[in-house]
Structure formats: C-alpha cells, structure tokens
Design a binder for this molecule. Structure first.
Ligand SMILES: NC(=O)c1ccc[n+]([C@@H]2O[C@H](COP(=O)([O-])OP(=O)(O)OC[C@H]3O[C@@H](n4cnc5c(N)ncnc54)[C@H](O)[C@@H]3O)[C@@H](O)[C@H]2O)c1
Length: 331
C-alpha cells in the first residue's frame, strides 16, 4: 500500500460526489477513478471532485486501476454486487447503507469481505453525529436509568427517481428507515427479538409509511414511524428509562433531557449541540474507514451490523404482509 490510499468511486451521483471531498479531509488519499453509466455524473466526478479518470462500468474500472479502496454509492440494487466485485479485486470497501437488498444478500457481502480479508464499512453516518453521540453518552452513563422504551421517526416528502422503483431497492424503509434501525441498535446494544408492522404503499409500489414496533432483548420496546408522506424532513430518537427521558433531533441538533436521577436535569432542559449538523459526521465516518484500512482492522460499522438492520427491514415487510408479529432468529 502506498502512502496515499488509492480510491475508486462506484456511483458518482449526489451522495458519491458529496462524500468525495470529505475523503481528502479524512486522510491521505488519491481519488483515482470514478465509475458511473451516466456521462454527466462521471464527468462531474472528474471536474468537481478531482477523480483522475472515469469509466462507464465499474468492472472495467476495477480491472484497469490499482485501487486500495472503493466507495460504493449506487442505487440500492447495485450495492451488494458492486461490493462483491470490489472485494474480489482485493479492495477495501466503504458502502452506503443499506449495503444490500435484504439480509440474505447482506450475508453474502459479509462472507465476501471475510474471504478477501478486507475491511468492509457501512455508511451509517448518524453514529458519528454529535447530537446522537450526546444521546448515547446519556444512555451509557445511566442518566436515564434502566432503559424501557424508545420512540423514533425519520422521513420526508416522496423521493424521485429510482427511490420510487421497488425493483431497484427504492422505498423509505431502505433509504431512511435503515438509518433509524441502526441508530436504535447502536444506542441500546440489544438484539431484536420480534417485529410487528403496518405499512402503506405508495402508488409506485414502494413503501410510503411504515409504523412498527421492534421488541429488543430485555423487553425494551422501540416504536418507529418511517414515512415519505410528510411535507418536511424529520429525524428524532427519544429514549425512555426508569430515571427519565432524552430526545435527540437531527438536523436541528436539539437535545432534550429530563431525569429524576441527575439534579441538573430535574426539569426538562433543551440544548442545541453546536457545530455543523452534516459535514463533521461524514468526515468522521470516512476517517474511521481510512484508519481501519491502514490499521488492518474491522471498522466501527461493519457489514454484520448492516445485516442486523436488513433483517429488521425484511421482518417489517413480512409482518405488514402477514398482519402478524414476526420473530427474529439469531444473527
Ligand atoms: N448516508 C447518507 O447520508 C446518504 C445520503 C444520500 C444517499 N445515501 C446513499 O447513497 C447511495 C446513492 O444514493 P444517491 O442519493 O447518491 O443516488 P443518486 O441517484 O444521486 O446516485 C446514484 C448514482 O449511481 C449511478 N449508477 C447507476 N448504475 C450504476 C452502475 N451500474 N455502476 C455505477 N454507478 C451506477 C447513477 O447513474 C447515479 O449517478 C444509496 O445507497 C443511498 O442510500 C446515503
């Protein structure tokens, strides 16, 4: 490996181009090549992000360029195949969420990373956001006492393009619900035992609004509302415990704490966590990926954690179809 990690991009759309300059801030990298069938997208990757060359297909890029690592930011149905192709060429991989279309496909990506002996990290960026890190500290330090429940939501207006195509992995559960499920697992550190869901479909056939309960080990209940039928973006996680409650909103960065266990929080207190709500978390997640690659270790958000979120998404769809709770197996 050279001093500067040689990076390739698969999928030079909105998010791939957005993340690219942050790679430079996160570590010593050379942006070698970008692959995208859209001439406009790959041209912008070269002109605006500084990639050295561009390819219409990622197979050709992987075959011709000597890359240390690849960033995958393509439509959801392409995430797993692109990861597998990059891993097979000996690249470390940073892949956007949800990493695959379902848990079974996700497990194949994890197996490919293990077989290749390469780092695989998934872009659950909100784990690196300061308002959510503050919420996690409150949970970990016992400010809320023993945790009993979570209420959370994430959503927006309807998205255009491939996000309205069921065959391309569109829908709000895959796009935003995956983040929220990962947040709850990360905050509480408990496995899921059961999922019970109701879902409304959009006219396009993708999920529009999903209301679901995930029962976690220890009897903790997490209530989720994931929708694309809301006129504004929303993202909140509120954790309840025997000692109090705390709520973290993004991107407003508002944190509300009310606890009978800590004198400073006897009355509800709301603070605004300072700092930019977006850029630092993306730089931090990419810095973690580059450090994991250099140190030859697993990254903070590995593929198995993405599979865990995908298993819940699978169960949300299955429960909504069956009208019954779905039990989750181990792993
Ligand atoms: N973590 C976050 O904050 C965040 C935010 C937005 C999007 N995302 C994720 O990023 C990924 C991409 O989403 P987006 O919003 O950038 O979508 P997008 O539609 O803007 O970009 C996707 C790009 O992939 C390209 N593409 C299609 N087929 C391809 C192929 N065979 N090979 C290479 N590229 C191909 C498209 O031409 C397009 O340019 C998704 O996984 C999405 O969930 C994450």
């Amino acid at each position: 490996m050279t001093d500067r990690l040689r990076i390739g991009l698969i999928g030079a759309g909105q998010h791939g181009r957005y993340l690219s300059p942050f790679l430079r801030e996160a570590g010593e990298v050379e942006l070698v090549a970008a692959a995208d069938p859209s001439e406009e997208a790959r041209g912008r990757a070269v002109r605006e992000c500084g990639y050295g060359s561009a390819y219409a297909g990622y197979a050709e890029m992987l075959a011709r360029e000597a890359l240390d690592a690849v960033l995958v930011a393509a439509p959801h149905h392409l995430l797993a195949p692109a990861c597998q192709a990059a891993l097979a060429r000996g690249c470390h991989v940073f892949v956007e969420k949800p990493m695959a279309l379902n848990a079974a496909e996700g497990r194949q990506v994890v197996a490919a990373a293990e077989a290749a002996g390469k780092t695989l990290m998934v872009g659950y960026c909100l784990r690196f956001n300061q308002v959510r890190l503050a919420l996690k500290r409150l949970v970990d330090e016992g400010t809320l006492g023993e945790i009993s429940a979570v209420v959370c939501g994430k959503g927006s207006k309807p998205w255009p393009g491939w996000l309205q195509r069921p065959d391309l992995g569109g829908g709000q559960m895959m796009f935003l619900g995956s983040h929220l499920i990962d947040q709850v697992f990360w905050l509480l550190g408990k496995p899921a035992e059961q999922v019970y869901a109701e879902m409304t479909l959009a006219a396009t056939g993708v999920d529009e609004t999903s209301a679901f309960t995930v029962r976690l080990a220890g009897g903790i209940r997490a209530e989720f509302l994931v929708s694309q039928a809301v006129g504004v973006g929303y993202d909140f996680v509120e954790v309840y415990g025997q000692g109090g409650r705390a709520r973290a909103e993004w991107p407003s960065m508002l944190l509300t704490v009310h606890s009978s266990l800590v004198p400073a929080y006897q009355n509800p207190a709301t603070i605004r966590v300072l700092g930019d709500s977006h850029k630092p978390m993306y730089v931090a997640e990419l810095a973690e990926f580059l450090a994991a690659v250099r140190e030859g270790r697993a990254a903070a958000v590995d593929g198995k954690e993405a599979v865990r979120a995908l298993a819940v998404i699978d169960a949300v769809f299955a429960s909504a179809r069956a009208g019954q709770p779905i039990a989750l197996g181990q792993g």
